[in-house]
Design a protein around this ligand. Structure first.
Ligand code: MCA
Ligand code: AMP
Length: 500
């Protein structure tokens, strides 16, 4: 497919990247309202202005500055608070590379990230998180909930200087699970982050007049790089909701005159199911991504006056393909390459390949995985696709990944955890279809003895896996389906075939 609209490549190499552009704009109009946290917390219920964000994130940057110099900072903060935004922006301003983590991650999951990143420093939202991080040998900075950071915990994990890993400064490392079960860190440099935001601002006509209702996690590209970073670049404002709730989204949009909402299909499924979708018709733009949006769901929302724009992306590339702002948004497709992006479908494999200024540099510390991910400068997405009348249609994944509520889950990681339970002889994990979640994580278990308490097994998994990765359905079986090579066939499981 032809590259998206003309794009000035020089524009993605701005010195200082996004933080320099943000702070220059804030200095120019300090009274502009930027962030509203809908909560009863100390920042809740009032608009935080550009000047205040500048001031507070500047102070956070001063505290973190001592650890800058190409190091990473693990951010283990609550999601969608002004305080979390302040410490995040502060870390970027200090030249650190941010590694935002799921607040619901388990100690095992966090331990893997810390081991992999060997960060210069970590920011912990509470004493429990601080203990887990310090036990990993990382200097810990306490976040007192408002993005007010202090170094009192720093001694606990040593100074970390001997083991920090050098990473391109001022970027982001996004964790995306690997087929081997070990999540890999995708390194996005400052130019990648800026290119993504510039392309979205141009494609979606994003301006300082826009107001985004934000209910997505701030530890993934969708909510963070598309939602927060681009809003700050465009000079728009953001209403931060503590959790996703249909009524709260509708009220926030009405009460604060919002113009935009971004969601995953599970959210739109719930909005349509509430019978209140029509109350969002005043939005100028409702975007869906991270998982396929069912055509019927899109058509039902359209009938209610909400013409959802579906787009496509990945942690490694951020957003690359989008239905048009003007013109037909075609159900079941993700549209056209964004400005500066080229996309093509490889003939033999049917795999979608992309290249452009937002495509990442590689996986942290994994040169072989990085080399395997590229073919002559094109990134192999692992998604199968076709071009239909000019529009790109995603047909599915070439691998085993399960997408549940917009979160990717890799069966191998879940299997590895379940297999450690003494009552399990063999286990296989795959996705099974669900209208609400897209797919749900399902486990087929061959018990080691006559009795296996599946509730206890799920509880065991809860100690090791973030909530979205835990199996929602467990089937006890006598044997697992295998192919001629003796390998378990997950596709047969999803289809309910070959089970003893
Ligand atoms: C929550 N639960 C889940 C999920 N989310 N289970 C499976 N899959 C999930 N995705 C668990 C909860 O922990 C809870 O467990 C139970 O389900 C019911 O919770 P509920 O309150 O109904 O769920 P929720 O808190 O409302 O969460 C649903 C959600 C959330 C809002 C749709 O999953 C979400 O924020 N998804 C967005 C994911 C995302 O941003 N992906 C972007 C990655 P229990 O009952 O045991 O307590 S991809 C990306 O970034 C690229 C760039 C791209 O293209 O976008
Ligand atoms: P992640 O690795 O968590 O960033 O998830 C990226 C994956 O989400 C992609 O490789 C796709 O499989 C999927 N994805 C994102 N957007 C869409 C979409 N609009 N339609 C279908 N799949 C999508």
């Amino acid at each position: 497919m032809a590259p998206g609209a003309a794009f000035d490549p020089a524009g993605v190499e701005h010195p200082g990247g996004l933080p320099a552009l943000w702070t220059a704009a804030w200095a120019g109009s300090p009274r502009t309202p930027l962030l509203l946290e809908v909560s009863s917390g100390p920042d809740g219920g009032r608009w935080v202005t550009a000047g205040e964000l500048d001031d507070r994130s500047g102070r956070a940057a001063e505290v973190l500055g001592g650890w800058a110099g190409g190091g990473g900072v693990v951010l283990w903060s609550p999601t969608r608070t002004v305080g979390a935004v302040v410490s995040h922006v502060g870390a970027l301003r200090a030249g650190l590379t941010v590694v935002p983590c799921n607040p619901e991650a388990t100690a095992r999951e966090l331990g893997h990230v810390v081991e992999d990143v060997r960060p210069a420093v970590a920011v912990a939202a509470g004493p429990d998180q601080a203990r887990v991080l310090a036990a990993c040998g990382v200097p810990v900075v306490a976040d007192h909930g408002l993005g007010v950071l202090d170094r009192s915990g720093a001694g606990d994990g040593g100074d970390g200087s001997g083991r920090r890993r050098a990473i391109v400064p001022g970027g982001l490392v996004g964790y995306t699970s690997g087929t081997t079960g070990a999540p890999k860190g995708a390194m996005l440099g400052p130019a990648n982050l800026l290119a993504n935001s510039r392309a979205l601002a141009a494609a979606w006509g994003w301006t300082g007049e826009d107001r985004l209702v934000h209910a997505l996690p701030l530890f993934h590209g969708h909510g963070l790089c598309a939602g927060l970073y681009t809003s700050l670049l465009a000079g728009g404002s953001v209403v931060l909701l503590p959790s996703f709730d249909v009524g709260a989204v509708i009220e926030a949009a009405a009460d604060h005159g919002a113009s935009m909402f971004f969601g995953v299909p599970t959210m739109y499924h719930r909005i349509a199911g509430s019978g209140r979708a029509g109350e969002l018709r005043s939005l100028r733009l409702a975007v869906s991504g991270s998982a396929p949006l069912a055509g019927d769901l899109q058509r039902s929302l359209r009938a209610d006056g909400v013409d959802v724009l579906e787009r496509y992306g990945m942690t490694e590339t951020l957003l690359t393909v989008s239905n048009p702002l003007e013109g037909e948004r075609r159900a079941g497709t993700v549209g056209f390459p964004l400005p500066g992006v080229e996309a093509r479908v490889e003939e033999e494999s049917g795999e979608l390949l992309v290249r452009g200024p937002q495509v990442f540099a590689g996986y942290l510390g994994r040169p072989e995985a990085t080399a395997a991910a590229f073919t002559e400068g094109w990134f192999r997405t692992g998604d199968l696709a076709e071009v239909d009348d000019g529009y790109l249609r995603i047909l599915g994944r070439s691998g085993d990944v399960v997408i549940s509520g917009g979160f990717n889950v890799y069966p191998a990681e879940v299997e590895e955890v379940l297999a450690r339970h003494p009552g399990v002889a063999e286990v296989a994990v795959a996705g099974t279809p669900s209208e609400e979640w897209g797919e749900v994580v399902t486990a087929w278990v061959v018990p080691a003895g006559p009795v296996l308490d599946t509730g206890a097994l799920v509880e065991f998994a809860a100690g090791e896996l973030a909530p979205y990765k835990r199996p929602r359905v467990v089937h006890l079986v006598e044997a697992l389906p295998r192919n001629a090579m003796g390998k378990v066939t997950r596709s047969a499981l999803s289809a309910g075939e070959g089970l003893a």
